[in-house]
Design a protein around this ligand. Sequence first.
Ligand SMILES: [Fe+2]
Length: 147
Amino acid sequence: MPWSSDLSVHHEKLDRQHADLFRLLEQAAAVFEGGGKAALVQAVDAFVHAMLEHTATEEALMEESLFPERGRHRAAHEVFLADLQQLSAELQQNGPTPLVGDWLRLRVPEWLRFHVAVNDANLGAHLAQRPASGRGAPRPDARKLPS
Ligand SMILES: [Fe+2]
């Protein structure tokens, strides 16, 4: 299933990365149906690479903006990345098994949709409310600091 605007987190860069992730995942699932192991390894690698870049982007935004849920959010990324590592290992060792197929068609897209709709939507709302400090508008709470 492709990314659609109902999954928007109202942050241009994150939305763009999410759309790319869904596209790369769909490509990998399509290669599973019709391609060989080498092509699938390449497609899965492209997805994993984009996922690493994306989680790093989110984690930097969370730190910059002091997102209160950043610890839990980062932990969710780590669990997912570990899962992806298992998928890669299974693929490397055993080729495009039914387990790899389930992962690409069900498990990974379901996780991604859930994570974007719940965790990333919260992050997007936080970022919209409170732009990163030192870039552009002052933080809304800056005035409350004792002088
Ligand atoms: Fe996230």
